[in-house]
Write a protein that binds this ligand. Structure first.
Ligand SMILES: *Cc1c(COP(=O)(O)O)cnc(C)c1O
Length: 433
């Protein structure tokens, strides 16, 4: 089959996410037939190095033999079972293992099935906790430029105009505080001060603060210093509000440690995990919380005090098997140690971009690298040019506006990184001519 036959059928029926469908009058849709390692392959044999881990989910390559075998095994025994009143081995094992590696103090796991629903769970649970204690605290704080997903609650705590503005009238009210403007340690103090001033006045009506630790991924890969997290932790304790860590994108080794919070060695009241959790195989999310929160819901049955949130596919057994297999790989292959050479390589390579006249800044946190371009207008759609250049040269880059970034599977090799980065360099250099 040719790519084009498949694309015709696709465009007649499928409405794609995060897309202006009319773009596909000139922008080729790429139908993928198979994937292996960091490569995706279309119906005509063209290969694309997946530099964005298929939207930040893939950790150990496509069609990973080990994960395949574990999901197949699970398929032979149990595909799914209701998680209310029932349980299964995969969910229990995953909970035990996640709590073992999670920041101290987290001791209970609530299941959901994607990042946004995990965020919704954490927000509702935090609000409900305070309510169970006799306090109504309808507000949440989040950081400027943050992204927490696109269901209405998650969108309401986010702050990326592109996704939020259209729906602003229908969203719950939230409060945004400044995020440190760069990765320098001294940049954290003003934002911390502003947070404290806000809480002095309003902490009684605020349930918690939600943030993406270290990297605001969808927010143009904006990065800040880990010290900020330590200070936020201090402030949340001082004022008695929850700290909700959205590690949906930053979790599972992306920042060079298992979780971004590990850089600051702090524990949140809630931690949300998804994306890399299943190695990029199946939708699943977890919301981890403390005994303190759990106990506030634990009592003789009354409707008001129980947490009745649920999704049909909560704790899906196949997804749990993929997640357990992913944790196996982290353990068996000593993945976190294997990253340091790759992170050093990326750092060296990123410096080369700094010399280009259309590059404003390069930044990196662990295995995430970003190149911010300058001198273009939004309407120039400069990212699209880099995207097209990447595809022509066998690399899937998907710039966020004028930010070209790398978030490859952790299993990428140095030669593969070299290709990924040199194609990005070519695409950005070509814009100058
Ligand atoms: C992707 C993302 C989400 C939303 O996850 P979905 O599975 O896409 O709903 C939430 N928070 C962060 C930080 C993310 O990057």
């Amino acid at each position: 089959m040719k790519n084009s036959e498949f694309v015709d059928r696709d465009l007649k029926t499928v409405w794609h996410p995060c897309s202006q469908m009319k773009d596909h009058e000139f922008l080729p849709m790429i139908p993928i037939k198979s994937g292996k390692g960091v490569y995706l392959q279309d119906f005509e044999g063209n290969r694309y190095l997946d530099a964005i881990s298929s939207w930040w989910v893939n950790l150990f390559g496509h069609s990973n033999e080990y994960i395949n075998s574990k999901v197949s095994e699970q398929l032979e025994t149990l595909e799914h079972v209701i998680l209310a009143g029932f349980t299964h081995e995969g969910a229990v094992r995953l909970s035990e293992r996640i709590l073992k590696i999670a920041p101290q103090g987290l001791s209970k796991v609530f299941f959901a099935d994607n990042g946004s629903s995990g965020v919704e769970v954490a927000l509702k649970m935090s609000f409900h906790y305070h309510k169970n204690r006799g306090e109504t605290r309808p507000y949440f704080i989040s950081l400027k430029n943050s992204y927490h997903g696109e269901t209405l609650g998650a969108l309401a705590v986010g702050d990326v105009e592109l996704y939020k503005d259209t729906y602003s009238e229908m969203l719950m009210k939230t409060i945004q505080v400044p995020v440190p403007e760069d990765q320098k340690e001294e940049s954290i103090w003003e934002p911390i001060q502003e947070l404290e001033v806000l809480l002095e006045k309003r902490s009684h009506e605020i349930s918690g603060i939600i943030l993406e630790p270290l990297v605001q991924c969808a927010g143009s890969m904006h990065m800040y210093h880990w010290r900020y997290l330590i200070e936020v932790k201090r402030v949340t304790e001082k004022f008695g509000i929850h700290l909700i860590a959205d590690e949906v994108a930053t979790g599972f080794g992306r920042t060079g440690k298992m979780f971004a919070l590990n850089h600051a060695e702090i524990s949140p009241d809630f931690m949300i995990l998804s994306k890399g959790l299943t190695g990029g195989y199946l939708p699943l999310s977890l919301v981890l919380t403390t005994d303190r929160v759990y106990r506030e819901f634990y009592c003789d049955y009354t409707l008001q005090k129980s947490f009745l949130h649920s999704h049909s596919y909560t704790g899906n057994a196949l997804a749990c098997s993929a997640a357990n297999a992913t944790l196996d790989i982290f353990e068996n292959e000593n993945i976190l140690n294997s990253l340091s050479e790759k992170m050093k390589f990326m750092k060296r390579e990123l410096e080369k971009f700094q010399k280009l006249p259309n590059v404003k800044e390069v930044r990196q946190t662990g295995m995430i690298g970003a190149i911010e371009l300058q001198g273009y207008k939004w309407e120039d759609r400069i990212g699209l040019e880099v995207y097209k250049y990447g595809l022509e040269n066998g690399v899937l880059l998907r710039p966020l506006g004028h930010i070209v970034y790398f978030m490859p599977p952790l299993s990428i090799t140095i030669p593969e990184m070299e290709k990924m980065i040199s194609v990005a360099f070519g695409g950005i250099s070509k814009l100058i001519q």
